[in-house]
Design a protein around this ligand. Sequence first.
Ligand code: HMG
Ligand code: MG
Length: 302
Amino acid sequence: ALPASVRIVEVGPRDGLQNEPDPITTATKLELVERLAKAGHRHIEAASFVSPKWVPQMADHREVMTALMREGKGQPGVRYSALTPNLKGLEAAIECGVDEVAVFGAASESFSQKNINCSIAESLERFAPVVERARDQGIQVRGYVSCVLGCPYEGEIAPEQVAAVARALDEMGCYEVSLGDTIGTGTPINARRMLEAVARDVPVERLAAHFHDTYGQALANLAAVLEDGIQVIDSSVAGLGGCPYAKGASGNVATEDVVYLLEGLGIETTVDLERIAAVGDWITRAIGRPNRSKAGVAVVAK
Ligand code: HMG
Ligand code: MG
């Protein structure tokens, strides 16, 4: 049975922008976040407290989060979250007043090494004190697992391996685990098989789908996992984005396309289609990128 409503997590300002080679000003990022909230988003991943040597585009994480959490640029009722891969990132995020962070692991050893410079086991050891310290501060922690439907270095990934990492994050205290098809190679049957395996260890109510659209399968995969109880979907306005450590990977599924799909299925969200389409039109012009949302382009053209 399909859910009555879906919570959308907008990852455009982080996942959507992190791989952009030319610097985007902090003001543009904040304007994007503001427009996303005005389009109805209630959960926006806005920054990433990672090394600026690894991901230069996210180097202004302090400025972005301070503006949102301390300087009145955030809207009431909206959750603004940030990635924090280690204690150094978490401490900086705490100084900025964040109330939600995310740790990010992978179901593939090679990807873990390339992305965060350590093994899966080491990453889990590193995340445990991050989750503990965050929760002591009343900060909610989300967990990500990358490469759930394939790895750019290792190819196929066993669903059991995804389940093991998801379960470790869940047991550590993450309130939700987001399952990342980092390179968008999944197809609906594989997606359902993977979810079935994970849901044996982590209740589906605590899982989210984070599907990139590299092979054009993300909407089909989402329609499939919605049938299996997924109620939280990560997406990026205009389909912006890509992961710096997954060559050729394109953006997340576009928020506009997800909203259009959900409306068609009679599933409620807080996001307004016309407004989010306008945001996609604006940001793609502002940063000189093609709009990868079919629904967004169609709505704006109407
Ligand atoms: P490392 O080199 O192993 O860490 O990096 P280290 O502790 O040895 O530190 C090395 C240097 O980094 C030091 O600076 C630290 O201060 C600095 P130096 O002394 O050389 O000048 N450093 C930091 N600076 C700022 N903030 C920090 C921080 N930590 C260390 N938090 C680290 C480990 C994880 C930091 C590094 O590998 C890194 O930053 N990786 C970037 C990973 C990343 O951002 N990937 C993209 C996001 S994940 C994603 O897109 C997937 C997802 O969307 C889901 C999906 O689609 O599958 C979530
Ligand atoms: Mg991603």
